[in-house]
Design a binder for this molecule. Structure first.
Ligand SMILES: NC(=O)c1ccc[n+]([C@@H]2O[C@H](COP(=O)([O-])OP(=O)(O)OC[C@H]3O[C@@H](n4cnc5c(N)ncnc54)[C@H](O)[C@@H]3O)[C@@H](O)[C@H]2O)c1
Length: 483
């Protein structure tokens, strides 16, 4: 690791150091000429930060005819993936791991429901997952434990042990973890795909296809977010209060990729453009501390959460890309609002906006298209993958079908030796918004450079083909009882 990079990680990974990068001004003109370009030195710095060992963007790993899979973390999210993979031909579920053995047993029931053999069980310890990673009968490891340092630790160890990785969002929580993930994927040539399911939602894929075909012209600005009132942190079945703890300790845009992922794919981030600068602002907390106090009065379980240390309810971050586009990314899971990821992009010829539902599109007039016009556009531009797999994915379920589509496509790519559609650079850069926004909030909303995890190869990396491909030959078994 070079000194420049080590320093940058230290600065950006630790809040409250009071550091401001010189010369980064909010009044940038966007000019590309080096002499007059206030971003020139930032570009140069980013090229020096890190040396790429191998370019994982567009990388085709050797085909795996039968993908042997292990799962770590079988709480709320893990079993959704088990259920999906149990229905896909060309998959063998070899191992299941959770520190709570009862969770492993619950997922074994999913396998027996599908008529599949029991998987090797790993449980009863916080570190038994390491044994699963060493199991030579496994090609791909799914990771769905609580977010935080475990995601990167497990993903890195799994790749070091020769496994491809599918890790839940966000993949990392610090820049140091992000670089480690990138370096490990490059050195081992193992895929590290973050399971950003929203990239596989239907309106997102429709509009991505329209973007690819130039319908919206050149893209200018995106609005995105994760605005989801999560009923103020109910106690999960496990009693693991990792969500509430996160909001006590970090003041940041904590869950960026549901909003950012689809927007980055449309804007060719890491494939022609890159995220460059970020500035972030947080509101105070107006609900979480009060709620914890109220709950603690009635239930001693909440006593430890009755503190004044809650961070902001609402985070708004602004990002500028290398090619001069902007993104507004919001995060709020504790205010009483209607669910939204916004998902709006304006280009030189038109605009789309998914939320409030239903999704809308406009081109060439100061109004949204009517329902009939939308139906026509959907018919014309629905991508091949939706035409082929959309109805089946809806039937298989998982957030309306997007989870199944994502899981199917990942297996399909591995079986056919195709590049995965979210690579390690996407995982790192979409998740890096957390530490970068944390730094910005802690430093008076000063702007911070987002690392270029591709080390400059974004300039030549080819575009993503998710909306263009109809997928390979991977088939699906009928759901139990539906045969
Ligand atoms: N993509 C999505 O739509 C989506 C939705 C929900 C959650 N998530 C992500 O999925 C992840 C898991 O969320 P969840 O709601 O399932 O959490 P959860 O608390 O319900 O489940 C986590 C599971 O991990 C297990 N675990 C914890 N530490 C472990 C260890 N050291 N070894 C083995 N098992 C361990 C726990 O026992 C638990 O069963 C989070 O990162 C979250 O951000 C993503």
């Amino acid at each position: 690791m070079k000194t420049d990079r080590r320093n940058f990680i230290r600065i950006a990974g630790v809040t409250g150091t009071g550091m401001m990068l010189p010369g980064i001004s909010q009044g940038d003109t966007g000019k590309q000429d080096k002499k007059s370009d206030p971003f020139a030195h930032i570009r140069e710095l980013s090229e020096q930060d890190h040396q790429q060992h191998f370019n994982m963007c567009g990388y085709s790993a050797p085909k795996i005819e039968k993908v042997r899979v292990g799962f770590i973390g079988l709480g709320n999210r893990g079993p959704t993936h088990v259920e999906a993979l149990a229905a896909i031909n060309g998959v063998e579920i070899k191992a299941l791991c959770d520190k709570r053995m009862v969770r492993v047993e619950n997922s074994q029931k999913i396998l027996s429901k599908h008529g599949l053999p029991a998987a090797k069980a790993y449980g009863g310890s916080e570190i038994i997952w390491r044994e699963l990673c060493k199991n030579s009968d496994i090609d791909l490891i799914y990771i769905a434990v609580p977010r935080g340092p475990l995601h990167a630790q497990m993903a890195t160890f799994a790749m070091e042990n020769g496994k491809h990785v599918a890790v839940e969002v966000p993949a990392v929580s610090t820049l140091e973890e992000a670089w480690k993930l990138v370096e490990t994927s490059e050195k081992t040539k193992k895929h590290c795909m973050m399971l950003e399911n929203c990239c596989y939602d239907f309106f997102e894929l429709l509009t991505l296809n329209m973007v690819r075909q130039g319908y919206f012209g050149e893209l200018i600005h995106a609005d995105a977010g994760y605005l989801h009132h999560q009923n103020n942190f109910p106690v999960p079945e496990s009693g693991d209060m990792w969500r509430i703890r996160e909001s006590q300790h970090r003041n940041a845009n904590l869950y960026p990729s549901h909003g950012l992922g689809p927007v980055c794919q449309a804007m060719d981030i890491n494939r022609g453009d890159r995220l460059l600068l970020l500035t972030s602002m947080a509101s105070n907390d107006f609900t979480m501390g009060k709620m914890a106090s109220e709950l603690a009065k009635k239930d001693p379980f909440y006593k430890e959460f009755d503190t004044k240390s809650y961070r902001g309810n609402m985070n708004s971050s602004l990002i500028r890309t290398q090619n001069g586009k902007t993104i507004m990314l919001q995060y709020d899971i504790t205010s009483p609002r209607v669910y939204s990821r916004i998902h709006s992009i304006v280009g030189t010829k038109g605009i789309f906006q998914k939320y409030p539902l239903p999704g809308r599109i406009s081109q060439g007039k100061d109004d949204w298209f009517s329902e009939d016009e939308m139906a026509e556009l959907t018919k014309k531009y629905n991508p091949e993958i939706i035409k082929r797999m959309g109805e089946l994915a809806k039937e298989m379920g998982g957030h309306g079908g997007m989870d199944f589509l994502m899981n199917w496509r990942l297996i399909d790519c591995l079986r056919n030796g195709l590049p995965v559609e979210q690579d390690v650079y996407d995982a790192a850069s979409w998740s890096a918004i957390i530490p970068c926004s944390e730094w910005s909030v802690a430093n008076g909303s000063n702007s911070i450079r987002i690392p270029d995890f591709t080390c400059g190869t974004y300039k030549t990396n080819g575009p993503l083909d998710i909306s263009m491909s109809q997928g390979g030959n991977t088939t699906v078994r009928p759901l139990p009882g539906n045969s």
